[in-house]
Write a protein that binds this ligand. Sequence first.
Ligand SMILES: [Fe+2]
Length: 214
Amino acid sequence: MTTVTTDEATATVLELLPEIGGIGDAELRSAVTRIWVNAWQSSVWDELAHVPKSPELPTKRTLITHTRAVTRIAGHMVDVESEMHGVTISKDETLAAALLHDVCKLHEFERDTGDDDAGEGGGSGDNAGGRNGGRPGARFSRIGTIYQHGFLGAHWMAREGLSEDMIHAVIAHTPLSAVVPKTQEAVIVHYADFVDSDVQLLDAGRTLFCKRRK
Ligand SMILES: [Fe+2]
């Protein structure tokens, strides 16, 4: 577990994720912040900014920049769909779900030091520790291989008393989920995640999410 204090962690989360400030409801803003703080404090990651977006992407692609991009894209999508089609979409709930859609990765990934005793997810090749400007690479943790992606974030959201709809948006965001988005907010989070993920995957020469079956 990281040794960062709650005050330090809260300040860092708010600094690294300024999009939290875009949530109008103060209680929801605090809940989203607390979930990130608790997830980080109970994780193996000393530097929140160094947690990668994915073990299959270069480590410069971080969870923080992905989360920020998805949240901003989702916010714009809410504005466009509301204006063009008069659809009622909760911007606060969309932003909160976007901010939390991948927070579970703090526990689904662990540092890849290049040791031979790599977990089931295996090492991440050139992401091995010490060769990325001091940023450790990542591999899937045991939790990352035995829990459905998104489950932990949804669990933390339920523990904070967040709405079923926001939890649904997190559960449904991933193509790994059998749950199809059933709210406008969940549709938007799903596609906002696809856009940012596929832009990065294309850049890295990997298979796009939109072309994966599972
Ligand atoms: Fe995800």
